[in-house]
Design a protein around this ligand. Sequence first.
Ligand code: ZN
Length: 194
Amino acid sequence: MLNKSEADMLHFDVMDGSFVPNISFGFPVMASLQPVVRKPIDVHMMVVHPELWIEKVASYGAEYMTVHQEACHNLHRCIQQIHEAGMKAGVAINPGTPNVMLDEVLCDLDLVLIMTVNPGFGGQKFIPSMLDKVRRMRAKLVERNFNALIECDGGVNLETGRMLKEAGADVLVAGNSVFRSENPTETIHKLKNI
Ligand code: ZN
């Protein structure tokens, strides 16, 4: 269904039970999906020490590897290593982490992931104050003439998706609002056309 849908990418939420209070799936699932996925893969690592897994994630054909600023002791090196492994680099920030934490690496990023819920669980309610954070990040990227995409993840549906797009988001990650809808293909179509 997803291969035939209008979705631009598949976003994998990898959780380790340490960085976030939940465990989702890991490499065996990614390995089993790789042969059947016909879309670019965006791997969101909600794990401690994401730098340990860069080669592994690259080996599963990921286009983007996104790590958390809060999980990286040496963020700049981690971004370099993601690029050296042939992937595009994304950095995610939790709702409580200010945009300024990315100032020194923004020039190197392909993607900035602004979490619109606290990471760990699907189906959470969108945090409205994140709209202004997206606006401020958009203004910062425009002002400094950087090309990173702004991705938003958490509580995205047709309503919040529209608001996020207006605020300056480029990429919307949707889980529950797609997979719990009656017609996921149609919901993806609607999200693409908001
Ligand atoms: Zn995610």
